[in-house]
Ligand binder design. Structure first.
Ligand code: SF4
Length: 64
């Protein structure tokens, strides 16, 4: 799994960080930051939840 984000689309809601705090963070403006773009399997379910709850559809996954 590879995590991709489109920062210009991000509306700084923080939902991704709540769902997967090991993988996402926010900068000083609240814009998403990817901490780990190839998360370990233990985090995959959380990442998929982040994709589902992001109100801006700013996160997507590439399966490897
Ligand atoms: S959930 Fe989406 S809109 Fe909200 S901070 Fe994360 S990437 Fe940005």
């Amino acid at each position: 799994m590879r995590v991709k984000v489109d920062q210009p689309k991000c509306v700084a809601s923080g939902q991704c960080v709540l769902a997967a705090p090991a993988v996402f963070d926010q900068d000083d403006d609240g814009i998403v930051q990817v901490l780990v773009d190839r998360p370990e399997a233990v985090h995959h379910e959380d990442v998929r939840e982040s994709v589902a709850v992001c109100p801006a559809a700013a996160i997507w996954l590439e399966e490897e």
